[in-house]
Design a protein around this ligand. Sequence first.
Ligand SMILES: [Zn+2]
Length: 438
Amino acid sequence: MGAVILRGGRVLGDEAADIRLTAEGRIAAIRPTGTDTAPVPCIDIDGLVVLPAFVDLHTHLREPGSEDSETIASGTRAAAAGGFSDVFAMANSRPVTDTPDRVSWIARTAARVGAARVHPVGAITTNLEGTSPAPLAAMAKTGARMFSDDGRCVDDADILRRALLAARTSGTVIAQHAQCRHLAGQGQVNAGPAAERTGLTPWPHVAEETVVARDVILAGESGGRLHVCHVSTAGTVGIVRWAKNNGWPVTAEVAPHHLLLTDDLASDANPLYKVNPPLRSATDVKVLRSALRDGTIDAVATDHAPHTSRSKAADWCHAPFGMLGLEAALSVVAEVLRRDGAPDWPRIAQVMSHQPARIGSLDTAGRPLTAHEPATFTLVDPQADWQVDPLDLHSLSHNTPFTARVFHNRVKATVVDGHVTHDAAGLLRTTTDEESPR
Ligand SMILES: [Zn+2]
């Protein structure tokens, strides 16, 4: 953007301020609005909330292997549109990211085509088969900061324990998709009324909780960092709280859909609401929200899982699990994380930016919005009233569960190190940009 003053922005929802950026993509100063008189161009962002750009610990970019549902280019465009500067790309591509070469291929490709920074997640086991450990140390040397077999659960406790020990040595983190295959079986919907009404195979909450209970014990014993993916039940929240009270190195994330939607939606067996773990009860949703507020759950992670319209048009049992998440995440979180009737912006910055950056060991993302820090931020319109239209999204796929829903907060622009990565309304265009179109 060059040296510029953004006039009237509300940092973390605070009083309006002048935010001056340096030509090198850093924040020069933040002052009360109208008081910065530096001789640089001004852009009016009156009333927009300024947040540190978001970090997603859980994105499925689908490339390589399923480029008809998403690519690194389209998925990172969706990320930028959702206010994200950084995403962690899950390992369950085809081929699986289970070698140093594949880790570097993703990093290289994303550096070339990505609209957001991409951090490849390495697999815990070769080809996600759960039987032989992947080369974690070598992948960590190539830049993988997180390891996960997400999509599948690492059943073997000894393999998980060894992965935690390797994570401890390399300063990385093990992210587990907790699903006991013996208890969940071919589970399709939350056990309870939704399963009874549809006749679909139940996916009981204990199938998640028993695995999380085992895993946190292994984290405590090994000293390796465990991150619990997409917490979906009240019982899991209790286990994570217990682990943290014991001082064990455990963190947890929740997905936007689990904060807003309940298993009622699955009653019609519309595959748009098919997700793994499944949508849960209203009680679970309530407990997840308060756990995000009180810090038991550290972060929001989207579990952005694009699928082609064709595959989602199949009947429930044949349709794949998963929902889009990146582009509506902020809108959902601003709706559920409130204080005194308004979005709790400081807490939102914690759970969408600072904490995920810390969990993923990123030093350049999730930074505070203060002088000398990188100009990496997201502008949110708190009076947007936007209706989600799947055809307007940047993702190649359209499987959002929020179609036609109206949200009041919307990401308007994203800036990473002073570079505009999303600006649909042209808010951040200066006159010089207009004179020299690229
Ligand atoms: Zn998962």
